[in-house]
Ligand binder design. Structure first.
Ligand SMILES: O=C(O)CCC(=O)C(=O)O
Ligand SMILES: [Fe+2]
Length: 203
């Protein structure tokens, strides 16, 4: 797996990987602001712990989640249906900031809270039909730095990872969700909590 490291002092970096359009902003928020946002999001979010069913067995999802949006449309994945709560002021502020650099506007945000290194998010593409034909996703990270991995769906040798820093933003567009799966693996390193927000359009 190839580690991708952004050049120093860069605002926005396109990941050098084939068949994907991914842009990384290592310092979308400066550290003091990012820390304050972590605390706010941690406290304000109505976190839920869902069960997932895989091959007939039920497990606790290895993270806490929440869905907020400006429409009523439910989001279904891995046998879970989530119904959105109304955007909070904090979430609207973040959506507005992200939309300044994103070519797309968003209806919804899915939040993930990884409580420690044993919380994770397994291999998947964000390709549910309600996200449209070419899903565009903007992903903000706060708190502990975690490794985000990508693997090409048909070319096994194309595997990449990037460390997502506190206050960073990553945009995934074009055919990224068609050609790649991504994951946030468990790690044995002792880690503090991380909050991730993925802004999406749910049609
Ligand atoms: O936590 C992350 O960085 C990834 C989250 C993700 O892939 C998702 O919620 O679909
Ligand atoms: Fe995802």
């Amino acid at each position: 797996m190839k580690l991708l490291t952004p050049p120093e002092n860069i605002d926005c970096w396109q990941l050098p990987i084939p068949d994907a359009e991914i842009f990384y902003y290592p310092n979308f928020y400066e550290q003091v602001k990012a820390n304050a946002l972590f605390k706010k999001l941690y406290e304000e979010t109505q976190w839920q712990e869902d069960d997932i069913t895989i091959f007939g067995k039920t497990y606790k999802q290895p993270r806490l989640t929440a869905l907020y949006g400006n429409n009523e449309k439910a989001y279904k994945y891995s046998n879970i249906i989530m119904f959105p709560k109304k955007f909070t002021e904090t979430l609207l502020e973040l959506k507005n900031d992200v939309e300044k650099v994103s070519p797309e506007k968003f209806t919804s945000v899915l939040l993930n809270l990884y409580r420690d290194g044993s919380d994770s998010n397994g291999w998947h593409s964000d390709n549910e039909k309600e996200l449209g034909n070419l899903p565009f996703i903007a992903s903000l990270s706060f708190g502990a730095k975690r490794s985000f991995q990508l693997k090409h769906i048909t070319v096994a040798s194309q595997r990449f990872k990037i460390e997502l820093a506190n206050g960073s933003l990553i945009l995934m567009g074009g055919e990224t969700q068609k050609n790649y799966k991504h994951q946030l693996p468990k790690t044995k390193r002792p880690l503090t909590q991380r909050i991730n927000l993925t802004f999406r359009t749910i049609y």
